[in-house]
Write a protein that binds this ligand. Structure first.
Ligand code: P6P
Length: 342
Protein backbone atom coordinates (compact mmCIF):
# COMPACT_ATOMS: atom_id res chain seq x y z
CA UNK A 1 0.00 0.00 0.00
CA UNK A 2 1.62 3.29 -0.96
CA UNK A 3 1.54 5.70 1.93
CA UNK A 4 1.05 9.29 0.84
CA UNK A 5 3.22 11.63 2.84
CA UNK A 6 1.75 15.10 2.83
CA UNK A 7 4.45 17.62 2.02
CA UNK A 8 5.49 18.81 5.48
CA UNK A 9 4.47 22.42 6.07
CA UNK A 10 6.75 24.21 8.49
CA UNK A 11 4.98 25.00 11.76
CA UNK A 12 5.58 28.67 12.53
CA UNK A 13 4.31 29.87 15.88
CA UNK A 14 3.44 33.55 16.29
CA UNK A 15 6.35 33.89 18.70
CA UNK A 16 8.81 32.56 16.10
CA UNK A 17 7.29 34.81 13.44
CA UNK A 18 7.55 37.90 15.67
CA UNK A 19 11.22 37.15 16.35
CA UNK A 20 11.95 36.64 12.63
CA UNK A 21 10.23 39.93 11.84
CA UNK A 22 12.21 41.68 14.58
CA UNK A 23 15.47 40.44 13.05
CA UNK A 24 14.62 42.53 9.96
CA UNK A 25 15.35 45.56 12.16
CA UNK A 26 18.82 45.17 13.77
CA UNK A 27 18.20 48.35 15.76
CA UNK A 28 15.00 46.95 17.30
CA UNK A 29 14.96 46.88 21.09
CA UNK A 30 12.50 44.00 21.23
CA UNK A 31 9.92 46.11 23.10
CA UNK A 32 7.35 45.98 20.30
CA UNK A 33 7.88 42.23 20.03
CA UNK A 34 7.13 42.05 23.74
CA UNK A 35 3.86 43.94 23.25
CA UNK A 36 2.85 41.49 20.51
CA UNK A 37 3.72 38.46 22.68
CA UNK A 38 1.59 39.84 25.50
CA UNK A 39 -1.30 40.53 23.11
CA UNK A 40 -1.16 36.94 21.85
CA UNK A 41 -1.38 35.72 25.46
CA UNK A 42 -4.33 38.03 26.19
CA UNK A 43 -6.04 36.75 23.04
CA UNK A 44 -5.73 33.14 24.22
CA UNK A 45 -7.15 34.05 27.61
CA UNK A 46 -10.11 35.94 26.09
CA UNK A 47 -10.69 33.11 23.59
CA UNK A 48 -10.96 30.70 26.48
CA UNK A 49 -13.62 32.86 28.15
CA UNK A 50 -15.55 33.39 24.88
CA UNK A 51 -15.51 29.65 24.17
CA UNK A 52 -16.85 28.92 27.64
CA UNK A 53 -19.46 31.69 27.58
CA UNK A 54 -22.42 29.47 26.85
CA UNK A 55 -21.42 26.93 29.44
CA UNK A 56 -20.80 28.84 32.62
CA UNK A 57 -23.77 31.15 32.45
CA UNK A 58 -21.74 34.34 32.19
CA UNK A 59 -23.89 35.52 29.31
CA UNK A 60 -26.14 38.48 29.48
CA UNK A 61 -25.70 42.02 30.66
CA UNK A 62 -24.26 42.82 34.04
CA UNK A 63 -26.48 45.84 34.59
CA UNK A 64 -23.62 48.34 34.11
CA UNK A 65 -23.03 50.71 31.22
CA UNK A 66 -19.73 51.58 29.51
CA UNK A 67 -18.49 55.05 28.58
CA UNK A 68 -20.49 54.76 25.35
CA UNK A 69 -23.69 54.38 27.38
CA UNK A 70 -24.04 50.84 26.01
CA UNK A 71 -25.12 47.98 28.26
CA UNK A 72 -21.97 46.03 29.07
CA UNK A 73 -22.05 42.29 28.54
CA UNK A 74 -20.20 40.34 31.24
CA UNK A 75 -17.66 39.21 28.65
CA UNK A 76 -16.96 42.86 27.79
CA UNK A 77 -15.85 43.46 31.34
CA UNK A 78 -13.88 40.22 31.56
CA UNK A 79 -12.11 40.84 28.24
CA UNK A 80 -11.29 44.39 29.29
CA UNK A 81 -9.83 43.19 32.59
CA UNK A 82 -7.80 40.49 30.83
CA UNK A 83 -6.33 43.00 28.37
CA UNK A 84 -5.36 45.43 31.14
CA UNK A 85 -3.84 42.80 33.43
CA UNK A 86 -1.98 41.04 30.61
CA UNK A 87 -0.51 44.29 29.30
CA UNK A 88 0.12 46.57 32.28
CA UNK A 89 3.28 45.07 33.79
CA UNK A 90 5.46 44.17 30.78
CA UNK A 91 7.34 47.47 30.92
CA UNK A 92 6.70 48.24 27.23
CA UNK A 93 3.67 50.52 27.58
CA UNK A 94 3.35 53.99 29.06
CA UNK A 95 -0.47 53.88 29.16
CA UNK A 96 -3.49 52.23 27.55
CA UNK A 97 -6.93 53.26 26.31
CA UNK A 98 -9.99 51.03 26.04
CA UNK A 99 -13.47 51.39 24.58
CA UNK A 100 -14.70 50.33 28.00
CA UNK A 101 -12.87 53.05 29.96
CA UNK A 102 -13.66 56.80 29.89
CA UNK A 103 -10.05 57.96 30.32
CA UNK A 104 -6.59 56.65 29.55
CA UNK A 105 -5.41 53.79 31.78
CA UNK A 106 -2.09 54.54 33.54
CA UNK A 107 0.56 51.93 34.20
CA UNK A 108 0.28 51.03 37.92
CA UNK A 109 2.89 52.37 40.31
CA UNK A 110 5.71 49.91 40.71
CA UNK A 111 5.64 48.83 37.07
CA UNK A 112 8.14 50.29 34.57
CA UNK A 113 6.78 52.50 31.78
CA UNK A 114 7.80 51.83 28.18
CA UNK A 115 7.66 53.78 24.94
CA UNK A 116 4.42 52.48 23.45
CA UNK A 117 0.72 53.28 23.87
CA UNK A 118 -1.91 50.58 23.37
CA UNK A 119 -5.52 51.27 22.38
CA UNK A 120 -8.09 48.52 22.15
CA UNK A 121 -11.67 47.45 21.88
CA UNK A 122 -11.56 44.37 24.12
CA UNK A 123 -14.65 42.68 22.71
CA UNK A 124 -16.22 44.30 19.67
CA UNK A 125 -19.63 43.12 18.54
CA UNK A 126 -20.44 41.95 22.04
CA UNK A 127 -24.18 42.43 21.48
CA UNK A 128 -23.85 39.24 19.38
CA UNK A 129 -22.39 37.14 22.19
CA UNK A 130 -25.67 35.60 23.32
CA UNK A 131 -26.43 34.33 19.80
CA UNK A 132 -22.95 32.88 19.20
CA UNK A 133 -22.04 35.24 16.36
CA UNK A 134 -18.27 35.84 16.00
CA UNK A 135 -16.91 38.72 18.07
CA UNK A 136 -13.46 40.24 18.15
CA UNK A 137 -10.71 42.17 19.90
CA UNK A 138 -9.13 45.10 18.02
CA UNK A 139 -5.82 46.74 18.97
CA UNK A 140 -3.59 49.60 17.89
CA UNK A 141 -0.05 50.56 19.00
CA UNK A 142 1.61 53.97 18.65
CA UNK A 143 4.87 55.37 20.01
CA UNK A 144 4.79 57.81 22.92
CA UNK A 145 5.39 61.37 21.70
CA UNK A 146 5.29 63.37 24.95
CA UNK A 147 8.18 63.85 27.39
CA UNK A 148 8.24 62.03 30.73
CA UNK A 149 7.57 58.36 31.38
CA UNK A 150 3.80 58.30 31.94
CA UNK A 151 1.51 58.32 28.91
CA UNK A 152 -0.66 61.39 28.34
CA UNK A 153 -3.79 62.02 26.30
CA UNK A 154 -1.70 63.65 23.56
CA UNK A 155 0.12 60.35 23.04
CA UNK A 156 -3.18 58.77 22.00
CA UNK A 157 -4.49 61.58 19.79
CA UNK A 158 -2.19 60.76 16.88
CA UNK A 159 -3.30 60.16 13.29
CA UNK A 160 -3.55 56.49 12.34
CA UNK A 161 -0.62 56.71 9.94
CA UNK A 162 1.63 56.87 13.04
CA UNK A 163 0.65 53.35 14.14
CA UNK A 164 3.58 50.94 14.56
CA UNK A 165 1.37 47.85 14.89
CA UNK A 166 -2.34 47.02 14.62
CA UNK A 167 -4.48 43.94 14.50
CA UNK A 168 -7.50 42.01 15.59
CA UNK A 169 -8.52 38.67 17.02
CA UNK A 170 -11.66 37.02 15.66
CA UNK A 171 -13.35 34.50 17.94
CA UNK A 172 -15.19 32.57 15.23
CA UNK A 173 -15.32 28.97 14.02
CA UNK A 174 -11.64 29.17 14.90
CA UNK A 175 -9.73 31.86 16.77
CA UNK A 176 -7.46 33.89 14.51
CA UNK A 177 -5.06 36.72 15.28
CA UNK A 178 -4.32 38.99 12.30
CA UNK A 179 -1.77 41.80 12.60
CA UNK A 180 0.60 44.11 10.78
CA UNK A 181 3.69 46.08 11.79
CA UNK A 182 3.85 47.72 8.36
CA UNK A 183 5.44 44.69 6.73
CA UNK A 184 2.30 43.12 5.28
CA UNK A 185 -0.62 41.42 7.00
CA UNK A 186 -0.26 37.98 8.56
CA UNK A 187 -2.88 35.65 10.09
CA UNK A 188 -2.38 33.06 12.82
CA UNK A 189 -4.89 30.38 13.79
CA UNK A 190 -5.06 29.14 17.38
CA UNK A 191 -4.47 25.42 17.78
CA UNK A 192 -6.32 24.88 21.08
CA UNK A 193 -4.75 21.43 21.52
CA UNK A 194 -1.32 23.05 22.07
CA UNK A 195 -2.39 26.62 22.92
CA UNK A 196 -0.31 28.12 20.13
CA UNK A 197 -1.16 30.59 17.37
CA UNK A 198 0.24 29.05 14.15
CA UNK A 199 0.95 30.98 10.94
CA UNK A 200 -1.95 30.05 8.65
CA UNK A 201 -2.38 33.12 6.40
CA UNK A 202 0.99 34.70 5.52
CA UNK A 203 0.94 37.93 3.51
CA UNK A 204 -2.82 38.40 3.25
CA UNK A 205 -3.79 40.44 0.15
CA UNK A 206 -7.32 41.74 -0.40
CA UNK A 207 -8.70 41.63 -3.96
CA UNK A 208 -8.69 44.96 -5.85
CA UNK A 209 -12.46 44.86 -6.23
CA UNK A 210 -14.74 42.80 -3.99
CA UNK A 211 -17.92 40.78 -4.17
CA UNK A 212 -19.31 41.58 -0.72
CA UNK A 213 -21.12 44.69 0.48
CA UNK A 214 -21.47 44.97 4.26
CA UNK A 215 -23.98 47.66 5.24
CA UNK A 216 -26.95 48.05 7.60
CA UNK A 217 -29.72 49.18 5.25
CA UNK A 218 -32.08 50.07 8.07
CA UNK A 219 -30.43 53.51 8.18
CA UNK A 220 -31.21 54.28 4.51
CA UNK A 221 -33.85 56.85 5.47
CA UNK A 222 -31.17 58.69 7.48
CA UNK A 223 -28.52 58.77 4.73
CA UNK A 224 -27.83 61.77 2.52
CA UNK A 225 -28.63 61.36 -1.19
CA UNK A 226 -25.00 60.81 -2.36
CA UNK A 227 -24.77 57.84 0.04
CA UNK A 228 -28.04 56.42 -1.29
CA UNK A 229 -26.73 56.81 -4.86
CA UNK A 230 -23.50 55.05 -3.83
CA UNK A 231 -25.50 52.10 -2.46
CA UNK A 232 -27.44 51.90 -5.72
CA UNK A 233 -24.10 51.64 -7.51
CA UNK A 234 -22.89 48.81 -5.27
CA UNK A 235 -26.18 47.01 -5.77
CA UNK A 236 -25.92 47.22 -9.57
CA UNK A 237 -29.07 49.35 -9.74
CA UNK A 238 -27.54 52.10 -11.87
CA UNK A 239 -26.29 49.62 -14.46
CA UNK A 240 -22.62 50.53 -14.03
CA UNK A 241 -21.40 47.45 -12.16
CA UNK A 242 -22.57 43.96 -11.22
CA UNK A 243 -24.55 43.82 -8.00
CA UNK A 244 -22.46 42.97 -4.94
CA UNK A 245 -23.63 40.29 -2.51
CA UNK A 246 -24.79 41.81 0.77
CA UNK A 247 -23.16 40.16 3.77
CA UNK A 248 -23.70 41.93 7.09
CA UNK A 249 -23.08 40.17 10.39
CA UNK A 250 -23.33 43.24 12.60
CA UNK A 251 -19.96 42.37 14.13
CA UNK A 252 -17.26 44.62 12.70
CA UNK A 253 -14.38 42.14 13.00
CA UNK A 254 -16.41 39.35 11.35
CA UNK A 255 -17.51 41.58 8.47
CA UNK A 256 -14.04 43.05 8.03
CA UNK A 257 -12.26 39.67 8.13
CA UNK A 258 -14.51 38.13 5.47
CA UNK A 259 -14.04 41.12 3.17
CA UNK A 260 -10.27 41.22 3.81
CA UNK A 261 -9.88 37.64 2.61
CA UNK A 262 -12.58 37.54 -0.08
CA UNK A 263 -12.73 41.15 -1.21
CA UNK A 264 -15.52 43.60 -0.46
CA UNK A 265 -16.38 46.79 1.35
CA UNK A 266 -17.66 47.57 4.82
CA UNK A 267 -19.78 50.72 4.89
CA UNK A 268 -21.01 52.60 7.94
CA UNK A 269 -21.91 56.11 6.75
CA UNK A 270 -22.71 59.09 8.88
CA UNK A 271 -26.46 59.41 9.22
CA UNK A 272 -28.97 61.79 10.72
CA UNK A 273 -28.94 59.74 13.94
CA UNK A 274 -25.12 59.41 14.09
CA UNK A 275 -23.75 62.50 12.32
CA UNK A 276 -20.15 61.38 12.96
CA UNK A 277 -20.85 57.73 12.22
CA UNK A 278 -20.90 54.98 14.82
CA UNK A 279 -17.49 53.33 14.77
CA UNK A 280 -14.64 54.65 16.86
CA UNK A 281 -11.59 56.11 15.18
CA UNK A 282 -8.73 55.24 17.53
CA UNK A 283 -9.38 51.59 18.35
CA UNK A 284 -11.64 50.37 15.54
CA UNK A 285 -11.26 52.36 12.30
CA UNK A 286 -7.54 53.17 12.56
CA UNK A 287 -6.22 49.66 13.30
CA UNK A 288 -8.44 48.03 10.67
CA UNK A 289 -7.56 50.77 8.16
CA UNK A 290 -3.84 50.05 8.72
CA UNK A 291 -4.53 46.34 8.09
CA UNK A 292 -6.66 47.13 5.01
CA UNK A 293 -3.99 49.35 3.44
CA UNK A 294 -1.19 46.89 4.24
CA UNK A 295 -3.23 44.19 2.47
CA UNK A 296 -3.65 46.38 -0.63
CA UNK A 297 -7.04 47.80 0.29
CA UNK A 298 -8.16 51.24 1.48
CA UNK A 299 -10.17 53.00 4.17
CA UNK A 300 -11.87 56.39 4.04
CA UNK A 301 -14.35 58.49 5.96
CA UNK A 302 -15.85 59.44 2.60
CA UNK A 303 -13.58 62.45 2.19
CA UNK A 304 -10.07 61.49 3.35
CA UNK A 305 -7.94 58.49 4.33
CA UNK A 306 -8.94 57.24 7.76
CA UNK A 307 -5.22 57.16 8.64
CA UNK A 308 -4.89 60.91 7.96
CA UNK A 309 -7.63 62.01 10.36
CA UNK A 310 -6.24 64.08 13.23
CA UNK A 311 -8.08 62.89 16.36
CA UNK A 312 -9.41 65.38 18.93
CA UNK A 313 -11.13 63.01 21.39
CA UNK A 314 -10.29 59.55 22.73
CA UNK A 315 -13.65 57.99 21.82
CA UNK A 316 -14.47 59.99 18.72
CA UNK A 317 -16.43 58.28 15.97
CA UNK A 318 -16.03 58.36 12.20
CA UNK A 319 -17.96 57.38 9.12
CA UNK A 320 -16.22 54.33 7.66
CA UNK A 321 -15.81 52.93 4.13
CA UNK A 322 -13.17 50.19 4.22
CA UNK A 323 -12.06 47.23 2.11
CA UNK A 324 -11.13 46.57 -1.52
CA UNK A 325 -9.34 49.56 -3.03
CA UNK A 326 -11.52 49.99 -6.13
CA UNK A 327 -14.70 49.78 -4.04
CA UNK A 328 -13.45 52.48 -1.68
CA UNK A 329 -12.45 54.67 -4.64
CA UNK A 330 -16.05 54.42 -5.85
CA UNK A 331 -17.07 56.15 -2.61
CA UNK A 332 -15.15 59.25 -3.65
CA UNK A 333 -16.98 59.36 -7.00
CA UNK A 334 -20.13 60.06 -5.04
CA UNK A 335 -19.02 61.83 -1.87
CA UNK A 336 -16.02 63.88 -3.00
CA UNK A 337 -16.51 64.52 -6.73
CA UNK A 338 -13.59 66.95 -6.57
CA UNK A 339 -11.33 64.03 -5.54
CA UNK A 340 -10.01 62.89 -2.18
CA UNK A 341 -8.25 65.41 0.03
CA UNK A 342 -4.75 64.21 1.07
P1 P6P B 1 -25.42 48.42 13.71
C1 P6P B 1 -21.24 46.25 17.21
O1 P6P B 1 -22.09 46.86 18.16
C2 P6P B 1 -20.61 47.37 16.38
O2 P6P B 1 -19.90 48.24 17.20
C3 P6P B 1 -19.71 46.76 15.32
O3 P6P B 1 -19.10 45.59 15.71
C4 P6P B 1 -20.67 46.55 14.16
O4 P6P B 1 -20.03 46.62 12.90
C5 P6P B 1 -21.65 47.71 14.32
O5 P6P B 1 -21.63 48.08 15.71
C6 P6P B 1 -23.05 47.31 13.96
O6 P6P B 1 -23.86 48.48 14.10
O7 P6P B 1 -25.89 49.84 13.87
O8 P6P B 1 -25.49 47.94 12.26
O9 P6P B 1 -26.04 47.44 14.65
Amino acid sequence: MNVVHNTPVSVVTIERFIIEQERLYPEASGELSGVLYDLALAAKMIANKVRMAGLVDILGGNETENVQGEAQQKLDVIANDIMIKAMDHGGRLCAMASEEEPDIIPIPDGFRCGKYCLMFDPLDGSSNIDVNVPVGTIFSVVRKVTRGSAGEMEDFLQPGRRQVAAGYVIYGSSTMLVYTTGQGVHGFTLDPSIGEFLLSHPNIRTPERGKFLSVNDSYEQHWEEPVRALMRRYRGMDGVQKAMNVRYVGSLVADFHRNLLGGGIFVYPANAKSPRGKLRLLYEANPLAFIAEQAGGAASDGYQRILDINPSELHQRTPLYMGSKADVETVHEFLTPAGVTA
